[in-house]
Design a binder for this molecule. Sequence first.
Ligand code: SF4
Length: 612
Amino acid sequence: MSWQGKILRVDLTAKSIRIDPLNMTWAHEFLGSRGLAGKYLYDEMNPKIEALSPENVLIFASGPLTGTMASTGGRYTVVTKGALTNSFACSNSGGYFGAEFKFAGYDMIIIKGKAPNPVYLIINNEVAEILDAQNFIWGKSVWETEEKIKERHRDPLIRVASIGEAGENLVRYACIINDRDRAAGRSGVGAVMGSKLLKAIAVRGSKGVIPNKPAEFLEAVNLSREKLDTHPSRKRLMTSGTMPMMDNTNAYGSLPTHNCRDVQFSEIEKVNVEAMKATRKSDGRANLISNKACFGCSIACGRVSKIDPNHFSMQIPLKKRLYGGAIGGLEYESGFSLAPMVGINDIEAATYANMLCNVHGMDPISFGVTVAAAMELYETKAIDDTITGGIKLKFGNSKALCQLAELTGLGKGFGIEIGLGAKRLCEKYGHPEFAMVVKGQEFPGYDVRAMQGMALAYATSSRGACHMRASPFADDFVYIRPHGKAKIVKTTQDKNAAIDSTGCCAFAGNAWDLEDYAAQIHGACDGIWDAQRLMTVGERIFNLERMFNLNAGIDSSEDTLPNRMLKEVAKSGAGRGRVAELDKMLPEYYQIRGWKRDGTISISTKKRLNLI
Ligand code: SF4
């Protein structure tokens, strides 16, 4: 079986560690990663507790395909109650850490309690220890933490997932970073880790991952790999990553710009994929220097960049020394949030701010969108220089963006306020309408007035505004009408929940149908798996997350969008003159889901999905 059948349980309060068997009935019902960890969270935690309390549970979970030969099979998920949203949080990451903890023999690491002093966890197959981090890595950046752990344990191949200073300082959107720049990025899972005084998990494993039906597994892997490797999306992702989306949304009129006051950016050519690839006059090189892959991935969409050595961000010699080499580059989500959303036309500044997000461990989407909200507060004079510490927070001020990335990560000055996230910041200064959030989580890179399916997806996502929970893109880029979106959103939410639980990457889904994921799961796991079974698993997962949120007190009143989306029309593009027509989609969506009119889940739906 491609589950390892074991969970590592860590109680930081009691300083105890034990190994438990995996609940195989649940594994067959919730698969792994997002789904299975969600089931454990639902079962083991009071959903009403505050996210930053020691009672919160933090789960690292692999999927059955994690660490196997399946292409893109290096994914893991962190599941907890989110510090940003106080709702169900699940944040997916790539790199090599997920496969390594699977190789150590575990499907999940479940962490409870709070350490009395800063600690880190080290795992070497069956041997796991809680070690003191206080005078070692506490207070260090993610990059320093990884290096110091490798050095102390004399193992350059040890894999580390850690928080930076942002997680220690409880920045509400702090993330967990592994392999320098792969992030479990959204919803503030890093702040939860920081609240437990857990700085890092370092892991080394030498066990294999054994598929249940080896011949069938290999055949499915080979067929899927061939399909993936010959699909045009692979070449696009390999050469340009996700950045081409910047031109698509700009042309269509769904590019969040100037805190969503605009939907198109007049200086797009300075921050798009062509700008990344263009030869710079200053040093004769391009911002983008290479691509890179996560464990076992034959797509390799990761960006590797080098900041212009003559850029203002590199003018302090120490910074040039620390950050002047190859670094993780912009992808679309960090690109939109650190450029058009804040009105910035400087791709080197956006790259630098993105790097600081990785170094200090915070989500660049939430950071950029929060800065955009602060810029609107500043330009409308709701805040001034006395509050910003003299920073001129006008849209387009790239020096202010870079300065705030550092201050926020380090928990200094006005950065402490930016660390609150857009919702808390805008409420504090009397303008909640400037916060582009759903359930407290900042928008990703789609203005939803021209993308009605995405409007519904944001509103109904269990973790707040999210572009990964549903995939209405193909329909949204053709049809603006709200009709028919409910079914597309429901179906793709269930499908994506299943894919997130396999251990493979969602980007493989450009080439793979659910049948391709199912064939590989069928070969890897015991039992009979097909696409229909995966869809049922996905629907079960989505409903369980809804149940968690309802039990936490998050009801249908939060299935909504900021007033700017509902009442202010888009100024240009395909959605010109339109708002998000949520009221036309939500009732049909609830009905298709088998939920009641008030957004709660009917008994018959729970019974059908074996959730009671
Ligand atoms: S497609 Fe990109 S994000 Fe997904 S596993 Fe491959 S390199 Fe990682």
